[in-house]
Write a protein that binds this ligand. Structure first.
Ligand SMILES: O=C(O)CCC(=O)C(=O)O
Length: 233
């Protein structure tokens, strides 16, 4: 918590076992193939990046991700127990993917900065994150700045390198961007984005996830998706 508050991010190394990383990657590849997902079509999303949104709807394998106890406990401390899942998507950076424009995830909200955390991104590494395969690049401490970055600005960043099975949790106000993948292998990641309970979610999970699928979720996952009374008893 102290490091998170000072730096705007924290890396928890080797939180999930290699077998769990493989299970998630296998599920991801199977969804990609079954549904024929291809590259994204904008420079923000990445012309050589496969993004699959609304992952909870596709495969039960992903249900454990938003519920991972260490990350969820940190998020509950930073937001509160009535936080919501905002979105869950994959970010598979293919070889040749160039660096993403610098941004922060709540910069379209015209609110004063710095401000307490209101959205948190858990970036799960399903490959080793290295500088050369496009590890997320960050500006440590930038969540404390009094302004958001000019979109795509060129400033000094550092790569958030970490072994597969690790997670970087960061404040949405942290300046960051996906790195360039200059290797010939894919960089696999999941972005599990949480927000305060009073905020609109990025994905409309209650429409996007079929009701019969949501009905089978563990209760805590249903709550995270918005099936609950806000500040109720
Ligand atoms: O792929 C990454 O490492 C970062 C992606 C990101 O920041 C975003 O899409 O908002």
């Amino acid at each position: 918590m102290q490091r998170f508050e000072r730096d705007g991010f924290v890396v928890l190394e080797n939180v999930i076992a290699p077998s769990e990383v493989e299970r998630l990657k296998t599920a991801l590849l199977s969804v990609e193939e079954r549904h024929g997902f291809g590259y994204a079509k904008t420079s923000f999303e990445g012309f050589k990046t496969v993004r699959i949104n609304n992952l909870l709807a596709y495969d039960e394998a992903f249900w454990s991700v938003p519920l991972q106890p260490s990350v969820l406990a940190l998020c509950e401390s930073l937001l509160d127990k009535e936080l919501l899942l905002s979105s869950l998507c994959s970010l598979t950076l293919g070889p040749g993917q160039t660096a993403q424009p610098l941004h922060e995830d709540t910069q379209q909200l015209k609110l004063p900065r710095p401000r307490p955390p209101m959205a948190l991104n858990a970036m799960w590494a399903l490959s080793d994150f290295t500088e050369s395969n496009g590890a997320t690049r960050i500006v440590p401490g930038s969540h404390q700045y009094d302004h958001a970055p000019a979109y795509g600005a060129e400033v000094e960043t550092v790569p958030a390198t970490m072994p597969a099975g690790s997670v970087m949790l960061f404040d949405s106000a942290l300046w960051h961007m996906g790195g360039a993948n200059t290797t010939d292998e894919r960089r696999y990641a999941l972005s599990c984005y949480y927000c305060a309970g009073w905020m609109r979610q990025q994905e409309n999970l209650q429409l996007g996830i079929p009701r019969d699928v949501a009905a089978r979720f563990p209760r805590r996952l249903q709550e995270l998706c918005g099936y609950g009374i806000y500040k109720g008893q």
